[in-house]
Design a protein around this ligand. Structure first.
Ligand code: HEC
Length: 194
């Protein structure tokens, strides 16, 4: 076969004035899919300050995705409850994360959480390369749900629902290696009931 003229990745080149074979993007152009026009979606900031709105509506799917991503990426340190008692800090990680249920973080705007995930905070590393922007927002929506779940008041209980609510019934109790499988609710006003 004919040997084609080509350069190895990042090889030296005599052809270009800067002697680099790897070329920067042509000035004034944007690669497909990389036009980050929606600044708020990609930074969580409005004019340099963290904003406090979701860039898209929060649906059940958004919360479910947020819960899944949160449990994968955040719960090891922050715990599934968000109280900071995750597994990693209990095994010698240098600092225990703060609880999401302290007043300061309850009041922190949504964009603040986006910034912590994007740029890291103190000794917490950033998760920009592991968690794409859409998932970061999904996680934020779920963190807000966690905060509500730990600080709910009587006013948050739907009319007609008993307090305390009946304990869930289990199909499978869960073994420690597996999570318990809860039976669907039948006699409540919950949306979860199917
Ligand atoms: C490796 C453990 C670890 C993981 C994983 C982790 N964090 Fe953290 N996080 C920390 C620690 C430790 C701190 C406190 C850092 C400090 O004070 O130096 C912290 C702090 C925070 C804070 C509080 C900042 C403040 O103002 O006090 C937020 C919000 C936060 N993390 C969100 C998240 C989210 C969301 C995720 C999942 C994407 C996540 N963290 C994953 C360890 C972790």
């Amino acid at each position: 076969m004919h040997v084609q003229p080509r350069v190895n990745p990042l090889a030296h080149s005599d052809f270009y004035a800067d002697q680099r074979s790897a070329r920067p993007p042509v000035e004034g152009t944007v690669a497909r899919g990389q036009l980050h026009e929606d600044t708020y979606f990609y930074t969580g900031k409005v004019g340099g300050n963290p904003g406090d709105v979701m860039p898209f509506p929060v649906t059940k799917e958004v919360l479910a995705r947020g819960r899944e991503r949160y449990n994968i990426f955040c719960a090891p340190c922050h715990s599934r409850l968000g109280d900071g008692n995750g597994f990693v800090p209990s095994r010698g990680f240098a600092r225990k994360p703060p609880s999401f249920h302290i007043v300061r973080l309850q009041k922190a705007p949504l964009g603040y959480f986006y910034d912590v995930m994007t740029n890291g905070f103190g000794i917490m590393p950033d998760y920009a390369s592991q968690i794409p922007p859409k998932d970061r927002w999904d996680i934020i929506a779920y963190v807000r749900a966690l905060q509500l779940s730990q600080n709910a008041t009587m006013a948050d209980v739907p009319a007609g629902q008993k307090i305390p609510s009946a304990p869930p019934k289990f199909h499978e109790p869960g073994t420690g290696a597996s999570l318990p499988v809860v039976m669907p609710e039948t006699n409540s006003t919950s949306e979860e009931a199917k």
